[in-house]
Design a protein. Structure first.
Lengths: 217, 148
């Protein structure tokens, strides 16, 4: 295996026969190939690990939050996912599929925690309850009128449509195969369903903004 | 609104969702701290039983989640009890003498097994945990991280 050095001091230090040196600062962690980051992190490079977290933490959080766990449980599941990756840095066979691996691990852990909660709480417990209250809070926090309308419209959609849409707009994006695995729908149906849901969302937003205009006049 | 493309709509939604539910700073910081638990010399024990699996719809308030990990030569059984703070109890099968390290957050607790391979940890903080078994000959077996 080619040694890889990932330190700021490696900048410009290339001489024939020297080990390949990758300088994360000049390459920019945004562009560094995920395979290199994983390899460097497995070798103990902390900056490579930080770069992986910076790149994918929003993705992991989105997937976990899609299961409507509260913040504490979501934080635990998210941390479990990252700890798993620490253990598996050198075992990820297809680095380009890391987003899918992270999403699948997040889903599996979230499901286990949900089952655990069901076991420990009275059977009348409804873990969708908190979610019913979120739209009002959400709308207060967003000041941009259009985005507020989009968020309002999002919450009018059926739950399964919300779940799918949430997975479709992660950053960085998940591929359709990964999303298909996560939601248990045929991969060929994801694209058409996405278009249908977005069309519905647009109609809702348009109506909502229209009503808002009338209210002001 | 009609001239907004679906892609733009998706971007708007992504922004809106991120704004109302940003990743909390402590979650990002913890993710970065996770790196301190990188292990290079331990064998990873595989999760072979989880009482959470296949229990959809079964609800009992008394049963704690039980898990079993397997590595060559040893099985690690454990469960988290909620009585008087979180207590992690477990057993090595077959029974054997070993040091058991419990990793959680950024801290580590250590104990040794009794004559029949049992061990326990009290006052375990919430959050994911992982156990490392250190045998007298220095062999190390680590379990995957779990939110118990």
């Amino acid at each position: 295996m080619t040694p890889i050095t990932l330190t700021p001091s490696a900048r410009g230090a290339t001489s024939p026969g020297a080990p390949i040196q990758v300088d994360l600062e000049s390459l920019s962690v945004i562009e560094a190939p995920v395979a290199l980051l994983l390899q460097a992190a497995a070798g103990g490079d902390r900056s490579a690990w930080d770069a992986l977290v910076d790149r994918y933490h929003r993705l992991v959080w989105s997937v976990v939050r899609g299961f409507r766990l509260d913040e504490a449980a979501a934080a635990d599941v998210t941390q479990t996912v990252w700890l798993r990756l620490v253990e598996h840095c050198d075992r990820i066979r297809e680095p380009e599929k890391l987003p899918g691996w992270l999403a699948a691990t997040a889903r599996n852990e979230a499901m286990r925690v949900i089952k655990g909660q069901q076991r420990q709480t009275p059977s009348t417990f409804d873990f969708d309850l908190a979610d019913e209250m979120t739209p009002a809070l959400d709308e207060r926090l967003i000041d941009d009128e259009t985005r507020r309308a989009v968020l309002w419209a999002f919450h009018q959609l059926p739950t399964d449509a919300q779940d799918l849409l949430r997975l479709l707009c992660t950053h960085p994006p998940l591929d359709y195969q990964t999303i298909s695995d996560l939601v248990g729908r045929p991969v060929g149906s994801i694209g058409p369903t996405r278009q249908r849901i977005l069309e519905k969302l647009r109609a809702l937003v348009t109506t909502h903004l229209g009503e808002g205009q009338e209210g002001k006049e | 609104m009609k001239d907004v493309t679906r892609d733009q709509l998706e971007v708007l939604l992504a922004e809106a969702l991120e704004e109302v539910d940003p990743v909390p700073d402590f979650v990002v910081a913890a993710a970065k701290d996770a790196f301190i638990w990188r292990t290079i010399d331990a064998e990873l024990a595989e999760l072979v039983f989880d009482s959470s699996d296949g229990l959809v719809g079964v609800r009992s308030q008394e049963t704690a989640r039980q898990v079993t990990f397997r590595a060559p030569g040893v099985e690690i059984e454990m469960m988290m009890l909620a009585e008087g703070g979180r207590r992690l109890v477990g057993q090595l099968v077959p029974p054997q003498q070993a040091t058991v390290e419990l990793r959680h957050g950024t801290a580590l607790q250590e104990t040794t097994t009794d004559a029949v391979g049992r061990f326990s940890f009290t006052d375990v903080p919430t959050g994911p945990v992982s156990l490392t078994i250190v045998t007298p000959d220095g062999g190390r077996v680590t379990t995957e991280w779990l939110s118990l």
